[in-house]
Design a protein around this ligand. Sequence first.
Ligand SMILES: Cc1cc2nc3c(=O)[nH]c(=O)nc-3n(C[C@H](O)[C@H](O)[C@H](O)COP(=O)(O)OP(=O)(O)OC[C@H]3O[C@@H](n4cnc5c(N)ncnc54)[C@H](O)[C@@H]3O)c2cc1C
Ligand code: FES
Length: 270
Amino acid sequence: MQRNRDRPTIVTIERVIDETPTVRTLVYSDDVMPNVLPGQFAMVWVPGVNELPMSVMIAQEPGKAAFTVRKHGLASTGLFNIKVGDQIGIRGPYGNAFDVKHGKLLLVGGGTGLVPMMRMLTFVRSTDDVTVLIGAKSKDEVFFEDLANRLLEGNSHKVIVSTDDGSYGQKGHVTDILEGLVYETRFDGIYTCGPEAMMYKTVQAAHSRGIFVQASLERMMKCGVGICGSCCVGEDLVCRDGTVFDGKHLSNNKEFGHFRRSKAGILENY
Ligand SMILES: Cc1cc2nc3c(=O)[nH]c(=O)nc-3n(C[C@H](O)[C@H](O)[C@H](O)COP(=O)(O)OP(=O)(O)OC[C@H]3O[C@@H](n4cnc5c(N)ncnc54)[C@H](O)[C@@H]3O)c2cc1C
Ligand code: FES
């Protein structure tokens, strides 16, 4: 019988990987989630706590998928504290996907925004020349650098890490490095996911040079299926119309990069 994506499927956590002191990857077996497209997400129910949107992480084992969670508020800390043998509910997959171009590609990820980027790396062709830009606050918070290098072993590639405090890789924000890269290289596609300020600058830098760019937006979500309106950015509902949007579309959205909505739906400055 085909699975109803709007009903939670219960899965059991089989492995927990500590990526950094505040980020963990939880691996589980499932029929659907290992095969989702880059950019798609699931609504994850943490029993007794809440439900939250999470990008679906690759697990590099047949029949397995994962979530990579940073502990933040109540729900994400509840998920972060899940142990091997515990159960969670998953709905989805939801959302559209990145349109994977080929040639010279640039992927820009900050924090857990790297999750859809890692899945995207499994969709590139061996002939693609891929640069991955990883942004983190400090050395302790850098993760997926080794994974990105492993996934790109057969490609011409570069993985560049930047930390805000300069404790690892290049010092500064990813967007500073991005400006230089976009100036030097004519990319065929730029893809980004992470803090909205980072995505905004990435979209601006690419779009102003006429380079194809897409961003996967992370907004407050409650239903995940276009009913509650909590994820709206201007006229767009991130869960239903995205999460992936073209730079061209985003450049006409007055809220992207400037305003977000609180849990009560109130517009706030970023
Ligand atoms: C499509 C999508 C995919 C995501 N993928 C991941 C992932 O792979 N790993 C991961 O760790 N997190 C991911 N997130 C973010 C995650 O869902 C939020 O961190 C989580 O909802 C915060 O819940 P909380 O109860 O822990 O924090 P809260 O107490 O609800 O909030 C703490 C802070 O986080 C902000 N916040 C709350 N919800 C969101 C949200 N949905 N997006 C952005 N900021 C939020 C609040 O404004 C507040 O400042 C994703 C979000 C979206 C929309
Ligand atoms: S989360 Fe409810 S409409 Fe998008």
